[in-house]
Ligand binder design. Structure first.
Ligand SMILES: *[C@@H]1O[C@H](CO)[C@@H](O)[C@H](O)[C@H]1NC(C)=O
Length: 317
């Protein structure tokens, strides 16, 4: 029945180069996105109304509250490098009773349908949530990053009500430096389902936290919509998220921007750190942002000195 499928790839030229075409596509995108989003929002609201009366489900004993999600590409990165990433995440999870979800990029390749490989993290988060239905928070961290200060539990560092309240950046542009859409000024920690940071240019989804629930599943579905994946945003899933948050107050009202260095400090080799977004000793995370896309850089080389520092600290504990 292969022939019955629509010729998906041929529907849109991969890189429209006439501005008229791109204007038309923009309008199309807008119309379809608004329609799709409205439908999903209606489903979401209905499901909230239908299910809110059934109360909370019992959480099985031993359920980890937090799941760390990392996408590994075993075809692209050396086993040695991948083992270092795994060790770093496992140590952190073990200390605080969290669990790891090491997703394999190749599992998502078919569903990407040719869209840029970086999109793999979206179905990986969906997969993690389905695999751990009783866990409350899902912390996605890009492969090319290390947890440098593992003694800090994610609760007291970020998630606890008072802590989150002190970190939420209110009334700031969601897309730097000065998008007219700004985070709401009345946000309360209990409203929040998505915690993320901005760098110098975008909301950067290389490190973010989602709270388990209908809203997060809905957001991941919208984000992964073929419409966005086929749109050829210059920065793929990053620009799609910028777009979704700016156009949809439903999402904006559940979003907390926190200072970059809380979960997403950039190494000195990385371009595009926001104001006070570069890694300093003692920070929770270091990211080697862009090390995999810049041919002049080398992730494995950049990681090594920090990995050794981390391993040494571990030995001296
Ligand atoms: C990814 O692959 C590894 C090694 O093949 C396997 O142990 C692991 O369970 C896979 N992860 C998932 C989420 O399927």
């Amino acid at each position: 029945m292969q022939f019955a499928l629509p010729p998906r790839r041929n529907l849109h030229a991969p890189y429209p180069n006439s501005s008229r075409l791109s204007f038309q596509r923009r309008r199309q995108l807008k119309a379809v996105a608004i329609l799709g989003f409205t439908l999903l929002a209606v489903f979401f609201l209905l499901s909230q109304i239908l299910y809110s009366s059934t109360g909370t489900s019992a959480v099985p004993a031993g359920t980890p509250s937090i799941v760390l999600v990392t996408v590994l590409d075993r075809a692209l990165w050396s086993d040695n490098y991948i083992q270092k990433i795994i060790k770093n995440r496992e140590d952190y999870a073990k200390r605080h009773g969290y669990t790891n979800f090491f997703a394999n990029w190749s599992d998502y390749e078919p569903s990407l349908e040719g869209s840029p490989r970086s999109w793999g993290m979206v179905p990986a988060m969906r997969h993690a949530m389905a695999s751990h239905p009783y866990s409350k928070y899902f912390f996605y961290l890009d492969t090319h990053a290390l947890i440098m200060n593992p003694s800090q539990p994610l609760e007291s560092h970020l998630l606890d009500k008072n802590r989150l309240e002190s970190l939420i950046q209110k009334d700031v542009s969601v897309v730097p430096p000065d998008s007219i859409i700004k985070t709401f000024s009345h946000l309360q920690p209990e409203d929040i389902d998505l915690i993320i940071t901005t760098d110098n240019e975008d909301m950067n989804p290389g490190s973010f936290v989602l709270k388990q629930g209908e809203f997060s599943r809905f957001l991941l579905d919208v984000w992964f919509d073929p419409l966005y994946r086929n749109y050829n945003f210059a920065k793929a899933e990053t620009h799609a998220l910028d777009h979704i948050v700016q156009w949809h107050p439903t999402v904006l009202s559940r979003l907390a921007l926190v200072p970059q260095r809380i979960i997403n400090a950039y190494s000195k080799e990385s371009n595009g750190a926001g104001k006070d977004g570069s890694y300093k000793e003692g920070d929770f995370i270091i990211r080697f942002f862009g090390c995999d896309s810049d041919p002049k850089r080398n992730c494995e080389k950049e990681l090594d000195p920090y990995y050794n520092l981390w391993a040494k600290k571990l030995k001296n504990e």
